[in-house]
Design a protein around this ligand. Sequence first.
Ligand code: FAD
Length: 434
Amino acid sequence: MDTIHESARETPVLREAEIAVIGGGVAGLGAAIAAARMGRDVVLVERYGHLGGQASGGLVLLWDDMDDGSEITVGGLPAEILERLQAEGGAVLPPDDDVHRRDEASWWAWAPWGLIDWRAGGAQPWPVMHAASVEAEALKSLGAFMVCEAGVELWLHRWVVGTLTGGECVTGVLLESKAGRGALRAQVTVDATGDGDVFAAAGAEHVVGKMPLTLVHRLGGVDVDAALRFQRAEPDRYRAQNRQAMDLLGTTYDRWWLRTSRPGVVWCNCPSFPPADGMDPRVLTRVEVELRECIAQSLPFLRAEMPGFGEAYLLETAPQVGVRQTRLLRGETVVTRADWEAGRRFEDSIGRSRRLHIPYGALVPRDVDGLLVAGRCYSATPEAQAVTREIAPCLVMGQATGVAAALAIEQGVEPRGVEIARLQAALRSQGVVL
Ligand SMILES: Cc1cc2nc3c(=O)[nH]c(=O)nc-3n(C[C@H](O)[C@H](O)[C@H](O)COP(=O)(O)OP(=O)(O)OC[C@H]3O[C@@H](n4cnc5c(N)ncnc54)[C@H](O)[C@@H]3O)c2cc1C
């Protein structure tokens, strides 16, 4: 490939912070809020104009993996955020009395929202889960409010393009924006970019995984009650027609649409593109073009053949392409699929999701100091990440890295040297389920 030489230049240092959190998805939100609540000086950097990442801009509305089938396994910030969202009409959760019920009535009440246990096995109806359907705009607003309320300095519309290093220690990041290039120095940096942009720039060991890419969208103008009546009254005809819709939309989820809290609006976790590099702009361009076309081609069929969809229209596609897996850190601990299957408990556990007990070692790079990693780029094998990267666990990891970064500064140690008992005690006091 032809190359050009770029000359060196002077770059202004915009700020020196105690903690820099890079990426404002749920992991970054959790890290920034938790660190600021411990009294630290925190800057949160996000490339887009909103917070929430895949859980808002990616239109991923379903928060699951907060319940192991018999008890609720996630507390802390995810519970607080859902409670605040629910109070203002931004989240729908089954009431406690309905959770774990396995009967026809509960199924028809909660399956249309996706709030049932897909992994229960056996014949349907499957049990109701402690899970939530969240309104993306409500999460964007609450996220910004909570970050500011905690005293975080929020830097939107800035893209991190490199790291500042001293020896094998990250000492901050380089950013680009419409206002030009700048540097942000920090004692501890948290990589919550989802793609591991910071640890990759710092040369930390990692692998790259691939999963299907999705153009999540919402349809408006749907008569949801009519669509559900058809499913109940004519299950065989519904199955046949739904099969055709699934083929057109290239999805294997038979519940490819779910109801939302907005009247007449359904959430479609499809169509998908085969596993590919979710960081390659050529791939992402194809996803944006080809999957948009796929949605357009499915609509005439839906309008003509699916009761309830006669007036359906494309309300919006997600502004952020649905990227599930890219770079994965090789941290001090690498979570494996066997760990997940066995529900393995780690001595340095910092939180749980459904089956996963998350070890602190999976958030700490092996070979780089001054840095912690939270969210879907955490240290797991690609097979393990595929089943553990749900919204709640990413937020749990974020909260833990925020607390750990604050303790590292307080104790004057590198993040890898944080005293685990103190970290766990602090997390427990914040309602985190260990
Ligand atoms: C199609 C799809 C369906 C899913 N379904 C479910 C589901 O049903 N239930 C569930 O719980 N989970 C689901 N997930 C998984 C879940 O949504 C994600 O794993 C989780 O939201 C990831 O959160 P995160 O904060 O780690 O990363 P992200 O949400 O990716 O956030 C990373 C943030 O960092 C920012 N950023 C990235 N690079 C830079 C940079 N260089 N500089 C500045 N900012 C940067 C991004 O803009 C983004 O805001 C799904 C995911 C996808 C894609």
